[in-house]
Design a binder for this molecule. Structure first.
Ligand SMILES: NC(=O)c1ccc[n+]([C@@H]2O[C@H](COP(=O)([O-])OP(=O)(O)OC[C@H]3O[C@@H](n4cnc5c(N)ncnc54)[C@H](OP(=O)(O)O)[C@@H]3O)[C@@H](O)[C@H]2O)c1
Length: 327
């Protein structure tokens, strides 16, 4: 007989409510996590609009990361045991009582860390690592510009760059309060993109070696303009549009690299490589507390709709979570 569980479901009018879904069962490499927290990602908002469907084989329930306790393991799983406290990256399914996570996408939660903190980590850590350190080869003594400095991704990117020894970290954000917050994380130049011209301010400092962008639109040409010789520009989203008219000449003249990536559809084997690199290079700093997830707010799963409204409105700083233990 098919077992069921509770899950946040999308109603016909696109509102979010608690419903029931089939409880997943483990494939050979799967770990079944009894979910305590799941963090929101902007991709969840886009999925509701029908624009970012789950990859083939993934759960169609929202939620790209979760934290909880292992309830069952597949027969090929050797690194994990029932009862372990874990957090992990998933291609879908986090907004539910149980979620399946590939064994290579899991992190062990340190004893002193809460499920709220742990649930906010996997997507940001893995996205930042793959784009800044793998694709863009960000190196010490280079300068970095991070757009969306107070996003879930931006708050983690600033801290990981600081931990990696990057001295010149510039960030854009949409208010004075948000700019000040990026400085507390380690940005040494915070630019309010609503009142100041980031292209001019970064250019006045000599440009940036690496630019992490999620805005797109007219930022694409501006990023090209302020990238230094041999600079790398990486897009992880195009919130202001992915079709633009460009002058490509500076790419040739400055020997620029323009790249980008998505994490969700990558094979599990790739995600395991990324996870292992993070455990090697950044997990000690997570355990020591020198890199911390920035948590904006925590909602009950029943209040997923309100949590999504907060992300849509854009007032948040850091991650928004759903939790079984929200106050
Ligand atoms: N490709 C991938 O693998 C991948 C993985 C994870 C996330 N992402 C993408 O990365 C982005 C951040 O994700 P998230 O979940 O952390 O979302 P989020 O917290 O909602 O962040 C969105 C950010 O965009 C910023 N923003 C909007 N317009 C801007 C502009 N004109 N200039 C500068 N910043 C602007 C917002 O800044 P203000 O609030 O200051 O306006 C906000 O910080 C999303 O677009 C998401 O889809 C991609």
């Amino acid at each position: 007989m098919t077992e069921t569980m509770w899950a946040v479901t999308i109603a016909e009018d696109k509102s979010l409510t608690i419903g029931t879904a089939e409880k997943p069962t483990c494939g050979p490499r799967d770990v079944l996590v009894k979910v305590e927290t799941a963090a929101l990602n902007r991709a969840d908002l886009i999925q509701i609009m029908g624009l970012y469907p789950p990859p083939p084989g993934a759960s169609n329930i929202l939620g790209l990361e979760c934290a909880g306790t292992i309830a069952a393991i597949g027969h090929e799983v050797s690194d994990w045991a029932v009862g372990d406290r874990v957090c992990g990256l998933i291609p879908g399914g986090g907004y539910a009582e149980f979620a399946l996570v590939d064994q290579g996408s899991l992190f062990a939660i340190p004893d002193e860390m809460s499920f709220e903190q742990a649930g906010a980590l996997p997507e940001a850590l893995m996205t930042v690592w793959i784009n800044l350190f793998d694709r863009c080869k960000l190196a010490m003594n280079e300068s970095l510009l991070i757009h969306g400095g107070t996003s879930g991704i931006g708050t983690m990117a600033i801290q990981m760059a600081r931990h990696a020894g990057i001295k010149d970290i510039m960030a854009t954000a949409g208010s004075a309060e948000k700019c000040a917050f990026t400085e507390t994380l380690g940005a040494n130049l915070a630019i309010n993109y609503k009142t100041d011209d980031f292209e001019k301010l970064v250019s006045d400092r000599g440009g940036a070696d690496v630019i992490l962008d999620m805005v797109g639109g007219d930022y694409v040409q501006k990023n090209i303009a302020i990238a230094k010789i041999e600079g790398r520009i990486c897009n992880i989203a195009y919130m202001q549009g992915h079709k633009v008219e460009l002058n490509l000449m500076p790419i040739m003249l400055k020997r620029l690299t323009i790249t980008g990536s998505t994490l969700r559809a990558r094979p599990d084997a790739d995600k395991e490589i990324i996870r292992d690199a993070i455990i090697r290079d950044f997990w000690p700093a997570i355990i020591a507390g020198s890199i911390k997830p920035v948590i904006d707010s925590v909602y009950a799963f029943e209040d997923a709709e309100a949590a999504h409204a907060r992300m849509s409105a854009g007032g948040h700083i850091g991650k928004i979570l759903l939790s079984n233990n929200a106050a």
